[in-house]
Ligand binder design. Sequence first.
Ligand code: PLP
Length: 383
Amino acid sequence: MGLFSQTPQRVYLDWNATAPLLPAARDAWMQAAETAWANANSLHAEGKAAGRVLEEARERIAALTGGAAGEWIFTSGGTESIHAALYGCVSARGARRRIVSSQGEHASTRAILDDLQSRGFEVVRVGLSAEGHWDPDEVLAASDPACTAMVSLIWAHNETGAISDVGSVAARLRERKIPLHLDAVQVPGRSPFDLSLLPAALVSVSGHKFGAPKGIGGLFVRRATPWRRWMLGGEQERGRRSGTSNVAGAHAMATALAEAVSTDVAALARRRDAFESRLEATIPGMVRIGGGLRLPQTSLVCFDGVDSAPLLLRLDDRGIAVSSGSACTSGRTDPSPTLLAMGLSAARAHGALRVSFGPATAPRALEHLASVLADEVAALRAG
Ligand code: PLP
């Protein structure tokens, strides 16, 4: 198989790891790469033209998210945004040394919290419900304004799809003047995202989760948020981030976001529900993991007695791409900390299979997966 060859008949159901590039985003990306290729910080006409494309993308993103253009910083993706949010905020909070977070954070947040803890910060990680949500009251109980530097929480979970109640914590933390960072990487295009209604101080997003190319993300820093630049060495992004700006990526991300926010999420949820009902009806011992408010296009399931690793390989052989959990940590042997925090046994967590899709997923893809799963689960159980 050539390096860039594709097999068109494959069924891709791993959108939470990365969503396919949207055609409109690809066109926007190519157009900007060909015409606005100069360094956006250069003072000549070419540089100014690139700078205008960058600022127009920032304005479009602000208009689509309910923020102001000056509150958005372009980054390389979700991981960088989360680094900038956490290190940038705690370093501006003086003697306050407590960080409140949850046991369900993405690996990037978890690693930063471990690092800050090793440097003397006190990290409080609130637990998760059996459905996968953190509890706003527990977050608030741990958030003492006298000592809390910041709160950082996942909004919608990449593995379970659980959408936690960010609205009530955001308003109450703002009253206490405690900055709240939200990892919103899985939210755009899948759940409403309006920063004029949600008073979070910092919000991280990543372009490749909603149809933009990889290598571009955003960090929203609300005006007056205590925050110091985290990356040194250049004065890009009005002195808030270093490194030559990814103008084409920003233009493509704004275009992808415009399309993502008009997604018919109710239609996605109907497809997910029909898929899960079919699995329940046809595969004995199928268990749905998580519940309550959740992303409309994510299903996390397991099948009694079946490990997800061999199942995933069999599905891959049959042309179907799914995930055994978070792609960023796939290849690991440890069970997902999020699933353990929800009270699942290690064996059950090892069996978790994540199916995530999007508006471009072919109408019969999920039905096809359901019937292939019935065969493969039966074959694995038969030994
Ligand atoms: N946060 C969540 C919830 C994610 O799902 C991911 C990616 O899987 C990230 C952060 C990291 O984003 P990126 O891949 O853009 O670095």
